[in-house]
Write a protein that binds this ligand. Sequence first.
Ligand SMILES: Cc1cc2nc3c(=O)[nH]c(=O)nc-3n(C[C@H](O)[C@H](O)[C@H](O)COP(=O)(O)OP(=O)(O)OC[C@H]3O[C@@H](n4cnc5c(N)ncnc54)[C@H](O)[C@@H]3O)c2cc1C
Length: 321
Amino acid sequence: MSVLVIVEQRGGAWNRMSWETLVAGQQFGGPVSAAVAGQGIEGLAAELAAKKLDRVYAVTHDLLRNYTADGYTAALEQLIRKVNPSMVFFPHTYRVRDFAPKLATRFDQVLISDAVGYRQESGGPVFVRQLFQGKLNADVKPGGSGPHFASIQAGAFRADQVVEGTAPVETFTPELTAGQIRQKPEEPFRESARAVDLTAAEIIVSVGRGIKEKENIPIVEALAKALGAELAASRPICDSGWLPMERQVGSSGQTVSPKVYLAVGISGAIQHLVGMKGAKTIVAINKDSNAPIFEVADYGIVGDLFEIVPALVEEVKKAKG
Ligand SMILES: Cc1cc2nc3c(=O)[nH]c(=O)nc-3n(C[C@H](O)[C@H](O)[C@H](O)COP(=O)(O)OP(=O)(O)OC[C@H]3O[C@@H](n4cnc5c(N)ncnc54)[C@H](O)[C@@H]3O)c2cc1C
């Protein structure tokens, strides 16, 4: 089954979930192409052409300079009708949530949104979606003849597994007129401020509501400092203003994949997990042995963070001499 991956750029910069979605496409098992839409995207298309793909489509038009749901839907509908893939994959971004369901209905299909994985069965592919904050997994089988549409959850595939290669670039100029586009682009929604780039950190110490109050933050700060790690947090910590918003990890914060992620007093709600489950090694400290964070942790310490964290700081300092 052939896959067309629609990757995402904004103002010439990649959304890094694009690479994860490319991996989802590459691992699907059939021929894979990718498309990037916008204006002045030749450089981005060339970057894509260095991946193992059958073809790269640079979808360009003056009316695609700024994102609009109408513009993207019309342009990508024309591309999909031309390429005729079995599957179309998107990263599950805010933008994709905006236009992809509408695009899917143009083909009498629905968008299988926020999939965390898929498997191949004799009757065709089956996608997995999480329900009730990750308590249940639901299998979704696409119906009808296709093409089928699916968006892939952040962190479901690892961007560093993208396979390099070479692919030809084809410029595709859709037929668009200004009258087709009803939206007037405004300042885009910011998924989170990026003053701190947690995505580049090798070690992250992340703190949750278990820390109880703002005055206790220096306890985990000391651990981050001892380990040479970046400090991050769950959403309630940032919502309370105990740490700045740009340190938030999760579905409405940053998606990180460090070598080590230490979750301190974090329960492991699905919105937090999607932002950090791509970490190579996860260490959790929580006094509740049933906390869901332990389901993704490689190492778990059940106990009181106010005893464990200072003891860890001492040990790290000793080990570092
Ligand atoms: C649309 C939406 C988007 C969201 N986006 C995000 C997001 O981007 N990031 C995010 O993190 N959340 C997000 N959330 C919130 C998410 O659902 C959870 O509410 C949040 O992650 C919980 O944060 P927490 O684990 O710090 O707090 P809690 O769930 O309250 O967990 C605190 C944990 O600390 C432990 N604990 C308490 N005291 C101690 C102690 N002394 N020692 C050790 N452990 C202790 C407890 O056992 C508990 O497990 C979002 C929610 C929604 C609805």
